[in-house]
Design a protein around this ligand. Structure first.
Ligand SMILES: Cc1ncc(COP(=O)(O)O)c(C=O)c1O
Length: 420
């Protein structure tokens, strides 16, 4: 373990742990998904340009430039930028004419399910594979009914779903395959950028993402007809002044957002390189912690990964402290570790009430939501912070009896469950 740098603003205090009465290790909170700030001068120059042009929205030049840059990045024919990832999902689902039932993982951000339910399409929750946290194609096949029209795979943590298995099922059963690629900018599958699979792939450029536009999203597709429909739908169905040819909504991205999106996309190599270094530091720093598994990349030599999420699983049978206890220890130190996607969409409303039977077929999801903890990363964190976070976890394990005694009982109403 390296000695902490006392001059650093996040100076690390080795003893005692904050849950045991010490001062928090970090004066400022360390967040999961803290927004990245790309080249300010470039961003401000682009914003100045938009102000000078007085062209703020409605398919302006920065949106067009952002879409063209994304086409190059994703090596796909069309990218249609939207105001956020959820709207992009909703518009893609509508443009693809999905209805009835669509199979999705429950282990995802709730927007994936909401984008269906919002349009009165039933999300049918499928379980995930324990090693990868990705939708289980074998169960997808079993969940198909005469009402099923599509499958939405989620490339959770930027790891590609089993694209070939899902595509084979979709083709054979006449279903539409859509991907939620909100986590997957800059990632590849068999050397091909995520963005080129299925009928379409949907990205989020929310401020927490490695490429962001404050808020924003996009649909990527190789289908010319679909792309045209998406463009019409995001702009009220307007096909020119005074000519509405389609049912549409306002899903447009503004110029200011596109200015950030473009500048952030240019910054992606730096962000990924930094996150990758952080990931290696976590790997070293977490080694030897009983019951704690870092979700690693066994394909990193052949594939691109963006390393924007550091995901650990806490095995309650092997770890001296449970996941929520570790989260409480970290929170006390001002390390805002998060329990994504706790408790699973199937336990959130309206799905909990509408689909009460779903949890019976989601044993892996139930297990994973109880184990997963995300640790902070990103360009504002360096070696000092990451080794400090790992040091806290080692000390918590070593002092687990005292830590457990100091924490409130896990009753669902503890301070931790309110914070997380
Ligand atoms: C997997 C997933 N899908 C969809 C979304 C929704 O995107 P947005 O926040 O841009 O609406 C997010 C996150 O924000 C996400 O993580």
């Amino acid at each position: 373990m390296h000695a902490p740098d006392p001059a650093h603003s996040h100076a690390w205090k080795p003893t005692p742990l904050a849950v045991l009465g010490g001062a928090p290790a970090f004066a400022e909170p360390l967040h999961v998904g803290r927004p990245n700030v790309p080249d300010r001068a470039k961003l401000l120059q682009r914003i100045e340009g938009a102000l000078d042009r007085r062209w703020f929205t409605n398919d302006g030049p920065l949106v067009q430039e952002f879409e063209a840059a994304l086409v190059r990045q994703l090596q796909v024919k069309h990218v249609v930028a939207m105001c956020n990832g959820t709207t992009a999902l909703e518009i893609a689902i509508r443009a693809l004419e999905l209805k009835g039932e669509v199979i999705v993982p429950s282990f995802t951000f709730v927007a994936t399910a909401h984008a269906l339910q919002w349009q009165e399409i039933t999300p049918v929750f499928a379980d995930i594979e324990p090693a990868t946290h990705l939708i289980d194609p074998a169960q997808v096949e079993r969940l198909i009914t005469p009402r099923t029209t599509g499958i939405i795979g989620v490339h959770t943590w930027g790891r590609p779903c089993d694209v070939a298995a899902l595509a084979e099922i979709a083709d054979r059963r006449g279903l539409t395959l859509l991907f939620d690629a909100a986590h997957a900018m800059g990632c590849t599958h068999r050397g091909v950028p995520i963005g080129r699979f299925g009928a379409a792939e949907v990205f989020s450029f929310h401020a927490t993402k490695c490429v962001h536009s404050f808020e924003g999203g996009a649909v990527a597709t190789n289908d010319d007809v679909l792309a045209e429909k998406l463009r019409l739908m995001r702009n009220f169905g307007f096909a020119g002044y005074d000519r509405v040819v389609y049912l549409g909504i306002n899903g447009k991205l503004s110029e200011i957002h596109a200015a950030m999106g473009l500048t952030s996309l240019e910054d992606l190599p730096r962000v990924v390189a930094h996150n990758r270094r952080n990931f290696e530091l976590y790997r070293q720093g977490l080694a030897g912690l009983p019951g704690l598994r870092l979700l690693d990349y066994d394909d990193a030599a052949a594939e691109s990964r963006n390393y924007q999420y550091v995901v650990v699983e806490c095995d309650p049978a092997a770890s001296p402290l449970g996941r929520d206890e570790l989260a409480a220890v970290l929170t006390a130190e001002n390390v805002r570790a998060r329990r994504y996607f706790y408790p699973g969409c199937h336990r959130m409303e309206p799905y909990r009430s509408l689909l009460p039977d779903a949890l019976k077929r989601l044993p892996v999801t139930e297990e994973i939501v109880a184990k997963v903890l995300l640790l902070p990363t990103g360009p504002t964190l360096g070696e000092t912070e990451i080794l400090s976070v790992c040091g806290i976890l080692h000390r918590a394990a070593a002092e687990s009896v005292a830590v457990r005694g100091a924490l409130p009982p896990p009753d669902g109403a503890s301070p931790t469950s309110r914070i997380l």
